[in-house]
Design a protein around this ligand. Structure first.
Ligand code: NAI
Length: 341
């Protein structure tokens, strides 16, 4: 039995995490849940948007499914862990739990409107360094600079992670993305690290693209890519581009992986405009739960959810408004659960 920390979060979070939970249970997965509150609601209740108990729970269970969290601005409830202050709950969790890899599958689903067909690629984003270290300074009143730091250790770690992930799925090709023609030292190191790691995977192919050329190719022929390996900033941008290729935020699941723990969450935020109205599309969080199930080897349950969700999307009778239907969150969830029975 796998025990999973469930963070309902804010806004539509409680609605979509409830859906995912029902679907996972109906699929017969061997899991139990430990509910922990984080985010704005937790801040209002306890003064702490990211209570220690949440971090301890994820450390203990090593697995989490997280709804979106809204970060309250300013002093009332700063996101503090010990004496460390973070800009948001998501960043606090990432740093405290050492999530170094962000994984985002980009895939077409039947019935989900998109400009492309047959897209099925996975984005691997290095999540611990690069320009997002936040080292910025004013050189003088009119000049600002930021430090881009790339290390061999972190670059090799994410490259190895990507190769292993693709290998488990039987995929053969990874594309490392860079701008080493200009950033010869930093991006050059990232590229070299990926090429060095590739030698340990002789059955797989590593090719490379300059980031600007990749963006063009992605919008012309995204179906030709299998896996993309990117630094933090490029990964952030290309991840959203990827979601746009297959229908947007409603169909974008994600995983954050660290050395000891993994946390799965939808890419979208707490959508305060539709919160509590039974309008949220639960698909991204259900797909995130599906990734979690595959991560822990509950492949039968994951396959069943995949089939049930695909059937509901194809029939188009019980899908939410953003997918062109009229159903609410509950109706869509119940339709998926009915296919699992
Ligand atoms: P958002 O993703 O919450 O909403 C953008 C638009 O997409 C809104 O019109 C919303 O109604 C719609 N939308 C989002 N998810 C949807 C779903 N499942 N079904 C149907 N429609 C959906 O982005 P926004 O408004 O920029 O952020 C709102 C809050 O969420 C902010 O406080 C932000 O900090 C937080 N956020 C949290 C994240 C996390 O916890 N990982 C990630 C992104 C944002």
């Amino acid at each position: 039995m796998h025990r999973i920390t469930l963070v309902p979060g804010d806004g539509i979070g409680p609605e979509v995490t409830q859906s995912a939970r029902e679907v996972v249970t109906a699929a017969g997965a061997n899991v139990e849940w430990e509910v922990q509150e984080a985010g704005m609601r937790a801040g209002e209740k306890t003064g702490r948007p990211l209570p220690d108990a949440v971090i301890e729970s994820i450390r203990k269970n090593k697995l989490a499914l997280k709804g979106p969290t809204q970060t309250p601005f300013g002093d009332p409830y700063p996101v503090m862990v010990g004496d460390r202050v973070y800009p948001s709950v998501a960043i606090g969790l990432r740093k405290e739990l050492g999530f170094y890899a962000a994984v985002r599958p980009i895939k077409n689903y039947p019935g989900v409107k998109s400009r492309y067909d047959n897209v099925d690629l996975i984005i691997f984003r290095e999540n611990s360094e690069d320009l997002y270290l936040g080292i910025e300074r004013m050189v003088d009143a009119d000049t600002a600079e930021a430090t881009k730091r790339i290390t061999r250790g972190a670059s090799e770690r994410i490259a190895r992670f990507a190769f292993e992930y693709l290998k488990k799925l039987g995929r053969k090709r990874l594309t490392v993305v860079h701008k080493a023609n200009v950033l010869k030292l930093t991006d050059g190191l990232f590229l070299k690290a990926a090429q060095d790691v590739a030698r340990d995977y002789p059955d797989m192919e590593l090719d490379s693209r300059v980031i600007d050329a990749l963006c063009m190719e992605l919008v012309i022929k995204p179906e030709t890519f299998d896996g993309l390996l990117l630094q933090n900033l490029y990964g952030d941008i290309v991840s959203d581009l990827g979601a746009g290729l297959v229908g947007g935020l409603g169909v974008a699941p994600g995983a954050n992986i660290g050395p000891d723990c993994a946390m799965f969450e939808a890419v979208h935020g707490s959508a305060p405009d539709i919160a509590g109205k039974d309008l949220a599309n639960p698909m991204s969080l259900i797909l995130s739960a599906l990734m979690l199930l595959r991560y822990i080897g509950e492949n039968q349950a994951a396959d069943r959810i995949d089939r049930a969700l695909t059937a509901v999307l194809s029939e188009k009778k019980h899908v939410t408004r953003d997918l062109g239907g009229t159903a609410g969150t509950r109706e869509m969830t119940q339709a998926i659960v009915a296919k699992l029975k």
